[in-house]
Design a protein around this ligand. Structure first.
Ligand code: KIV
Length: 263
């Protein structure tokens, strides 16, 4: 990567048929490593509630926590596009709440864009943010902040009616000005259809190979978070095992008096 990735570059990538690589990041060290690997987009996902904070869902994640982690990530990168999740119920109650939350993520956190979950329920928020110059990424399909309403983390868009609703929400979000759309846990054919109909890029997670890009929770992809591994995840490393081995070896050496070595 030679220059900073901008939201406008993603549409250009779609036009040229170049796939977009996105991973989640929560701190400066990992963000720096992922940027060195050439990842285009780093998402400060509210999945940090689960993989960093040890919660069962993303719901307990606060705006303060998101600002804190976003700041850490943006300090670690120079080129990757950093997108920050707006947490649970920070973009629903009023437009002034929405603007306040986005302002904090952009101004205090240093993000270049925010992500919001949902379709027509959040259109007004998306429209307002875009209108005042804040790039917005959408998120449809399995929207984890609605886990209680959805009845779990299962696949979405399997029924014809749900599939139609998703496609129509996707068009409405594009009309509202979102620059890209995450499609989570939906059938591959539905993701392919939305990708073909939209001019903004789609980023899939558990949505098959036809999206314009892919995203994974980095802790899943690196084999660090193994409490629950969704079936669509590919573990590119087993860092969790490496950490356990290293920590065990360290403990053994400390207990045996082998570390530190005598000078
Ligand atoms: O919070 C998150 O990590 C996300 C990704 C799963 C897309 O929203």
């Amino acid at each position: 990567m030679t220059k900073r990735v901008r939201v406008t570059d993603l549409r250009e990538k779609k036009r040229k048929g170049e796939k977009i690589a996105m991973l989640t990041a929560y701190d400066a060290t990992f963000a720096r490593l992922m940027e060195r690997a050439g990842i285009d987009v780093l998402l400060v996902g509210d999945s940090l509630g689960m993989v960093i904070m040890g919660e069962e869902t993303t719901i307990p994640v606060t705006l303060d926590a998101m600002v804190h982690h976003t700041r850490a990530v943006t300090r670690g990168v120079e080129k990757a596009l950093v997108v920050a999740d707006m947490p649970f119920l920070t973009y629903h109650a009023s437009l002034s709440d929405t603007v306040h939350g986005a302002r904090r993520l952009i101004q205090e956190g240093g993000a270049a864009a925010v992500k919001i979950e949902g379709g027509r329920a959040v259109l007004e928020s998306a429209r307002r943010l875009v209108e005042i110059g804040i790039p917005v990424m959408g998120h449809l399909g399995l929207i984890p902040q609605s886990v209680h309403q959805l009845g779990g983390f299962g696949k979405r868009g399997r029924q014809a009616e749900d599939a139609e609703e998703l496609v129509s929400d996707a068009h409405a979000l594009e009309q509202a000005g979102v620059f890209a759309l995450v499609l989570e846990s939906i059938p591959g054919e539905l993701a392919a259809r939305a990708t073909g109909e939209l001019s903004i890029p789609t980023i899939g997670i558990g949505a098959g190979p036809c999206c314009d890009g892919q995203v994974l929770v980095s802790y899943d992809a690196f084999g660090l978070f193994t409490d629950f591994v969704p079936s669509f995840v590919k573990q590119y490393a087993k860092l969790g095992d490496l950490v356990i081995d290293a920590a065990r070896q360290y403990a053994d050496e400390v207990r045996a008096g082998a570390f530190p070595a005598r000078q």
